[in-house]
Design a protein around this ligand. Structure first.
Ligand SMILES: Nc1ncnc2c1ncn2[C@@H]1O[C@H](COP(=O)(O)OP(=O)(O)O)[C@@H](O)[C@H]1O
Ligand SMILES: [Mg+2]
Length: 224
């Protein structure tokens, strides 16, 4: 078991509002770490700290240390320079609770991140198919890959943004309530998929569901 992230005495506030206080957490490589706790306690904010999207909020102030293990070297991501953030966010990908799809086709939504990495469309096709299969979407939407993504149902959109993250093969995947719009059967399939996926990636996920946490999490941070 080896740590990939060590959070030490992390505090976060938005203006005068203190949200996270003295958080300590070790995140282990190839584990599923679950974050639970009541609404408004700071779970989503904590994920946004981990890929430093929190910097996009002017009022947000962090202190403490968030150490990331990069090939054996520990770096505090709170101290990264702006120009180092794209590389961080390539490795640590956040999947929002609310599908933030681009106003393009399903295919273009999935291809967007790959294009930024310089991957040609022909090569991307098989990667996209694989990601859609992992999220049990391929059979449902294979005939309308070039149709508008916003036409998909809520549950399909949630699986699409998960596929959009998986296609990038991130080192660390941050999932904000990934099954909240899914029915029981699909939730269970996605849970099984995440358990397989942790062989190749590290997962930090927010979950409200005790049964889900018991079933798939290797460790739990309960914010209260
Ligand atoms: N960008 C922001 N600016 C100001 N306050 C925020 C911002 N984002 C979240 N908050 C506040 O921080 C607290 C924690 O929010 P959040 O991390 O979304 O909690 P959770 O995900 O546990 O429901 C809430 O009180 C919320 O209103
Ligand atoms: Mg939240």
């Amino acid at each position: 078991m080896s740590e990939i992230i060590k959070i030490k005495n992390l505090n976060l506030s938005y203006g005068k509002k203190e949200v996270l206080k003295g958080i300590n957490l070790n995140i282990f490589k190839n584990h599923i770490t679950a974050i639970s706790g009541p609404s408004g306690i700071g779970k989503s904010s904590l994920l946004l700290v981990l890929n430093q999207m929190i910097r996009e909020f002017e009022k947000a102030k962090c202190s403490g240390e968030v150490l990331l293990n990069e090939d054996g070297e520990w770096r505090d991501i709170l101290k990264l320079k702006e120009k180092e953030l794209p590389a961080l966010r390539k490795n640590i990908v956040y999947v929002s609770q609310h599908p933030d799809l681009l106003p393009f086709s399903i295919f273009e939504n999935l291809y967007f991140g790959l294009k930024l990495q310089g991957i040609k469309k022909d090569r991307a096709k098989s990667m996209i198919k694989e990601a859609l299969e992992k999220t049990f979407l391929y059979e449902e939407i294979k005939d309308r890959l070039h149709g508008d993504a916003s036409m998909l149902s809520g549950g399909q959109q949630q699986r699409l943004i998960l596929a959009r993250a998986l296609v990038l093969k991130p080192k660390i995947l941050l999932l904000d309530e990934p099954t909240s719009s899914l029915n029981e059967e699909l939730s269970s399939k996605v849970e099984d998929m995440l358990v397989k996926l942790k062989r190749e990636t590290t997962i930090v996920m927010i979950s409200h569901f005790k049964s889900q946490i018991l079933k798939i999490a290797d460790s739990v941070l309960n914010l209260a």
